[in-house]
Design a protein around this ligand. Structure first.
Ligand code: NAP
Length: 295
């Protein structure tokens, strides 16, 4: 059993906390706003009113925060986690953030003698709740080995991608594929609708072919049901598509599929769908063609 502090009880964090508790770990939780704390407490966590109280006595500190700004506020700002973490403890950042901010965290923690892993996750609300995330980790091999007992309960797989920063890099590479697949599904359904095909029959074909994808299987029926309830919010996808483009640009690599997806993500945000699911980008693809995909 490990004493864990967990910061950030959003869609992903809350599910992770429940699985850590289910595996027998002791978890103290802290969240910026109060609302989700009660749910974690109901599952057996201890509520900590401050960051300092959350990490007191913790061997491992884990967090899953929205973006670079949230990590700045909680970790890098004056009085933040990077300035109060206990030397010798292990800190694991599960957020999807820029390689630059991740590197700044690593530097700040290591300067204090705190071990740090960047460990973003693939999967969404369902995988977080079911303990079935796919985790990609960057950092020292010893720290990675020590994290096994706290990463196992939240994950189906854990990949050690290499030294510090390799996890966040892999996350952006993977999200490039997610963005491309969502755009491809939106274009395919829009074209099929315009061509007079039965969209359920189209999904039935996509489900069995050698270009099938769990994303198509999950998002396709939801689009036909006009269901854009958030599991992975569009605003987070907008953040990720910008991160991927900056990352690729810095390395001199063209990512036209992400640029195209980002165009429709931005249009969907402008249309007011920011808090809906990332698949709402498909609504802007369909709208441009004057097509409705709801059946
Ligand atoms: P979310 O539901 O929006 O939760 C975000 C968390 O960050 C909340 O706890 C929020 O606190 C906290 N936060 C935001 N800004 C903050 C600030 N300035 N100071 C302190 N706390 C702040 O997001 P999520 O879906 O759980 O995603 C979390 C991370 O995982 C993101 O980096 C996302 O890209 C990544 N991710 C998400 C998914 C997914 O499907 N949802 C999948 C893979 C990876 P409040 O409750 O107070 O707002």
């Amino acid at each position: 059993m490990t004493d864990i502090a967990f910061l950030g009880l959003g869609t992903m964090g809350l599910g992770m906390v429940k699985n850590l508790l289910g595996a027998g770990h002791r978890v103290a939780v802290w969240n910026r706003s109060a609302a989700p704390v009660a749910q974690a407490v109901a599952a057996g966590a201890t509520a900590a009113p401050t960051l300092a109280q959350a990490i007191a006595g913790a061997e491992v500190v884990m967090y899953c925060l929205s973006d670079d700004a949230a990590v700045h506020a909680v970790v890098l700002a004056e009085g933040g986690l990077a300035s109060i973490a206990e030397p010798g403890s292990l800190v694991i950042d599960l957020s999807t953030i820029s390689p630059e901010v991740s590197a700044a965290e690593r530097e700040a923690f290591e300067a204090r003698g705190v071990r740090f892993l960047d460990a973003p996750v693939f999967g969404s609300r369902g995988e977080a709740e079911g303990g079935g995330l796919w985790v990609v980790v960057g950092g020292d091999a010893d720290a990675f080995a020590d994290a096994a007992g706290v990463l196992a309960p939240i994950s189906e797989t854990v990949h050690h991608m290499g030294p510090g920063g390799a996890g966040v890099r892999m996350k952006l590479v993977g999200n490039l594929v997610v963005a491309s697949q969502l755009l491809a599904l939106g274009e395919a359904l829009t074209l099929a609708a315009r061509a007079g095909l039965d969209l359920q029959a189209v999904l039935d074909v996509l489900k069995v072919t050698d270009f099938r994808s769990p994303i198509f299987d999950g998002v396709g029926p939801a689009v036909l049901a006009d269901d854009y309830a958030p599991a992975f919010a569009l605003k987070l996808m907008q953040k990720d598509s910008r991160l991927i483009q900056q990352f690729a640009q810095g390395l001199g690599v063209a990512v036209p599929s992400v640029a195209a997806a980002a165009h429709y993500v931005d249009a969907a945000v402008e249309a007011g769908f920011s808090d809906e699911n990332a698949s709402a980008l498909i609504k802007s693809v369909a709208a441009e063609a004057g097509v409705s995909l709801a059946r």
